[in-house]
Design a protein around this ligand. Sequence first.
Ligand code: F6P
Length: 373
Amino acid sequence: MTRKIGILTSGGDCPGLNAAIRAVGKAGQDTYAMRFIGFLDGFRGLVLDKTIVLESKMLSNILTIGGTILGTSRDKPHRMVIDGRERDMTGAAIKTYKRHGLEALVCIGGGGTQKNALRLKRAGLNIITLPKTIDNDVPMTDISFGFDTAMGIVTEAVDRLHSTAMSHRRIIVVEVMGHRAGWLALGGGMAGGADVIMLPEIAYDVNRVADTVRMRSKAGKKFSIIVVAEGAMSCRQATQVKQLVAGKDAAEGRKEKEKASRRLAKFHAEHLNHTMEFTKQLEELTGLESRLSILGHLQRGGSPSCSDRLLATKLGSACAELLDRRKYGIMVGAKGDGVEPVSLEKVAGRKKLVPLDHCWIKAARSVGTSFGD
Ligand code: F6P
C-alpha cells in the first residue's frame, strides 16, 4: 500500500527549502514508494486544508530555486489568527492530517517550527522536522541550511562595501540579520574582513568601537567596516533587557505577566532602530563620516549555495529513510559527514547561540578584529 506523507515549510523562508522538499519527495517516491502532499503557507495550510499534490514533475527543476514552492508563514496552530481573532486551531490541524490519511508530516523550519512540531507530536501526530534558518541557531545540528548562502551574501556585501568606504574614507556600518544569535554577523564579518563585529552575545561599548576606528586612522587606515547583528546591544541595553526578562520571569498572575511581556516587547520594538543611532553616535565620537547599510531580506533571497544544496539533499534524503523506518518525533540533524536524528524534546524551545570561546571568535580576535567589548 502506498504511504501518504504531508510536508510543509514554515517560518522565514531561506535558500535551500526547495532543495529539501525535492530531496524528501524524490527519495520518498523513488526509493520508498511514498506519496506526498504539500500544505501551503506553513501550518496555516494544515489548519485550513490548503494542499497541493507533490507529483514528480513538481519536484523537478527546483533544486536551485530560492524561497519555497509551498509558501510559508509564521503561523502557529495553537495561536492562529482566523477572521481577526486568535484561536487554538490544533484540533483543525489534526483533522486535516487524519482526513488525508497521512502516515506522517514533515515540517521544515527553524526554532518556531520545531516548537509547533513538538506540540503536534504531543497531540498524537507522527512528525519529522528538518532544520532551516539563515540564523544557524537551531540546536542539536552542526548547521542549518540557508545559513551558508546568507553568509556568502553578507561576505560579498562586506567585500563590496570596502571599496566605497575606502574611496570616501568613511565608516560603513552593515546591519545583518540575527536577533538572538550572531552566527551570520560573525561568519560574514570574518570572511569579509570586517574591522569590528558586534553580536547579540557580546555587549558592546560604543567608546571601544570608536577607539578601534581612531586607532585605525592613526595607523593610516582611513576607513572602517563594522558588521552589526540586528540584535546586538550596548552594555546598558543588555542590562536593561536582563532586568526586563527577570521581571517577566518573576511576575505573578496573568495581568502582571502580560504587563511584563508588553514592557519587554516595547523594548525590542524600540531596539529595531538601534543601528541608525549607533552609526550617528560613532560619527560624533570619531568625527568621521559614517553610513549605514541594512542588508535585510537580501540575505534570505536567491539561489542556495553548493553547501546548502548538499546539506538540504543530505538531510532530506535521510528524512525519507527515517520515514521509511517509521522514526517519528525527531529532527534530522547534521552531524559531521552524516546525520543524527534527535528527539524534538531536545530541540524545541532552545537556541544555539555563539559560545564566547568559539574558535571563530578566538581566531577573529587574534587577527585584530574587535567585538566592541
Ligand atoms: O528567522 C530568520 C530571520 O531572517 C531573522 O534573522 C530575522 O530577524 C527575521 O527572520 C525577519 O523576519 P521577517 O521576514 O518575518 O521580518
